[in-house]
Design a protein around this ligand. Structure first.
Ligand SMILES: *Cc1c(COP(=O)(O)O)cnc(C)c1O
Length: 429
């Protein structure tokens, strides 16, 4: 009896240690966030043990009465947040949403325009990811490293030559709005459907602070719901397209790429969307202000932050070329030792072979903003990064200052209630 409980307790202990590590660290990974306690509570409900296939009131299993009520509510909230006629909150991740749209809009061998990896594109848009899995003929947009965006003129030329059936825009290094308005006439002329991957910037769009893809010509938006949108690890598709296309998208989701759609995370997403209606605009504005401040501070301390000619960033993300500081891998690992968590990243001139030791680092301000960081904390943070990387100060000294900076920032902001992060209930006594 209980002979393996040690193993279980080991896992539990590791989870608690991970809580403690993040409680005492500065989280700067641009694709992460922390959930509100009210949303988090949903993860522990019975929704997490149930199956629902299909759409509300058209199910294959019994026991979905409350699931239908919840799912309809979440769908309505998503439409309200994004001012969209169509929303499908079933995909279980951003990649899963991308699979559904790929499945719906394209057949094997058809052409798609997409960002390349070194231009900040996501693996799901690569030939060894989702698009490749569908066997698509991928044509990358030329990228301009000065503007840190798609090169509009060169892209128009490529689009007119290739006439892709679908044009996918949106990256994982997403510093500036995608040039949808500039490309709109071309998309119309060649008849491409426009697919906007908003995984990173969904919360900024929800807050009305980045761009408005549906009003700028996008037919569908896909996204993760846990990056700048501070919800559960889940996905979504949002649409402003004809009924026939939308039906295909919904069939792409189910039965195309999933069966059950993880109901507890969907409920948590609904709570996040509701909180976004109330706090999303203020939150998005502060995230972007903080990213600009951090970029300027790092730049003035001697870091080579990219996108200088456009003011470094208009999103939650900034990237720096750290080749002269020992390279992306070295810098990211050194900072981790100081409890400052960010990732190494490919920059426009890196080819994919450099992915284990690329030129850059990527920083996102969405999670620290949610914990109440403001201008003065951004300045202190830039100073800490400077001391770790340029001054080569002892990591133990920096950890102490990181903890000090974190000490008054343990509450999750921009949500209902007044709670400290990482105060979890321990169920097993
Ligand atoms: C993060 C990301 C995704 C999907 O991520 P998931 O981890 O599957 O939610 C898709 N596209 C882009 C551009 C991303 O950055």
């Amino acid at each position: 009896m209980n002979s393996n409980i040690k193993e279980a307790m080991e896992i539990r202990k590791t989870a608690m240690e991970n809580n403690k590590f993040f409680e005492d660290s500065i989280p700067l990974i641009a694709s992460e966030n922390i959930m509100s306690p009210l949303a988090m509570e949903m993860l522990l409900t019975d929704f997490g043990f149930r199956y629902a296939e299909g759409l509300p009131h058209h199910r294959y299993y019994q026991g979905n009465y409350y699931v239908d009520i919840m799912e309809e509510k979440v769908t309505e909230l998503a439409k309200r947040v994004f001012k969209a006629p169509q929303a499908d909150p079933r995909p279980v991740s951003g990649t899963n949403a991308n699979q559904a749209v790929t499945f719906a809009l394209l057949k094997t061998g058809e052409k798609i325009a997409a960002p390349n990896l070194s231009g900040g594109g996501h693996i799901s848009a690569a030939k060894f990811g989702t698009l490749g899995f569908r066997g698509l003929d991928i044509h990358n947009y030329p990228f301009d490293e000065n503007t840190m965006s798609i090169d509009v003129d060169a892209s128009i030329k490529m689009l007119k030559e290739e006439k892709p059936k679908v044009a996918l825009v949106g990256q994982s290094v997403f510093l500036f709005p995608a040039p949808l308005k500039e490309l709109r006439d071309t998309f119309q002329e060649i008849g491409s459907k426009v697919w906007y991957d908003g995984a990173h910037v969904l919360g900024l769009i929800a807050g009305g602070k980045f761009q408005d893809p549906l009003r700028e010509g996008a037919d569908v938006i896909t996204g993760s719901t846990h990056k700048t949108l501070p919800g559960p690890q889940h996905g979504i598709v949002i649409g402003n397209t004809d009924d026939d296309t939308w039906k295909k998208v919904q069939r792409g989701v189910f039965p195309g790429v999933l069966s059950n759609h993880h109901l507890n995370t969907m409920a948590a997403l609904g709570i996040t969307l509701s909180e976004t209606l109330d706090y999303g605009a203020d939150y998005a504005e502060k995230i972007i202000q903080n990213a600009k401040t951090l970029a300027e501070e790092l730049h003035s301390l001697g870091f080579k932050v990219l996108g200088e000619e456009r003011g470094f960033t208009e999103s939650h993300t900034l990237v720096a070329d750290v080749r002269k500081n020992g390279g992306g891998k070295n810098v990211a690992e050194l900072l981790e030792k100081c409890h400052i968590v960010l990732n190494k990243n490919l920059l426009p001139w890196d080819d994919n072979k450099k992915s284990q030791d690329p030129s850059g680092i990527r920083i996102g301000t969405q999670e620290v903003t949610r914990l109440g960081f403001d201008k003065s904390e951004m300045k202190q943070l830039a100073e800490l990064i400077y001391r770790a990387i340029i001054k080569n100060e002892d990591s133990n000294k920096i950890i102490e200052d990181v903890k000090e900076l974190k000490i008054n920032h343990k509450k999750v902001k921009y949500c209902y209630g007044d709670f400290e992060a990482y105060k979890y209930i321990e169920l097993y006594k």
